[in-house]
Design a protein. Structure first.
Length: 205
């Protein structure tokens, strides 16, 4: 279980860096009108929606912690930092309500453990290798908004979880089984990874 805590800590720290970087970018724009122009551009909107998906991964991690009954003050502190950064970002986005309204509603981000069968420890092969949330049986999940999944080396992953991990954490996907994570190579997302938004900011400066 300790190795899983290390993996989740690495994941959450990089989520925080991504959201904090988005805050830093918007803070660098002094004029509200310019900020709105950037956010309403195709590149700006895509960037913010991508950040929202990264925040969604943090909520899945929180759900995975509840599923596995992982009680860690360090992880809870990471989650609080992420929520604070996300709330700050939403405050910036209030300058552009149309973009703010495009974000997923808060209730859709919650990943509560509601089914009794999920209260027991899930089998590693049935859990997302990144967030550790149990992946519902596709034959039983009839919801229209069910998550897109992919399989890699026998392990399931939420598509957005896998995308975040590969782009912002490490070049290899982890599994949800207990394994060594000391060789994880964190690679935080930099502004240059969103060239469209970067060029817009340079033009506005």
């Amino acid at each position: 279980m300790e190795s899983e805590v290390v993996k989740l800590k690495t994941c959450l720290e990089n989520i925080h860096k991504v959201i904090r970087k988005a805050n830093d970018i918007l803070c660098s724009i002094s004029q509200p009108s310019v900020c709105s122009e950037v956010l309403l551009s195709a590149q700006g909107t895509a960037y913010i929606l991508g950040v929202a998906e990264v925040y969604r991964v943090s909520k899945r991690v929180e759900g995975g912690m509840k599923t596995l009954h992982i009680a860690s003050e360090t992880l809870q502190h990471c989650l609080k930092d992420i929520d604070l950064a996300w709330n700050n970002l939403q405050a910036f986005l209030s300058l552009c309500p149309s973009v703010l309204h495009m974000l997923p509603p808060e209730q859709s981000l919650s990943c509560e453990v509601s089914s009794p069968e999920l209260e027991s420890t899930p089998h590693p092969d049935h859990s997302c290798g990144v967030c550790l949330m149990e992946v519902p049986d596709d034959t039983l999940d009839t919801s229209e908004n069910r998550e897109q999944l992919l399989m890699h080396q026998g392990h399931p992953y939420h598509v957005s979880c896998a995308n975040f991990w590969l782009n912002c954490v490490d070049t290899e996907l982890p599994s949800s089984s207990c394994q060594q994570t000391s060789d994880l190579c964190t690679k935080p997302l930099e502004p240059t990874e969103c060239p469209g938004l970067k060029s817009l900011l340079e033009g506005a400066s």
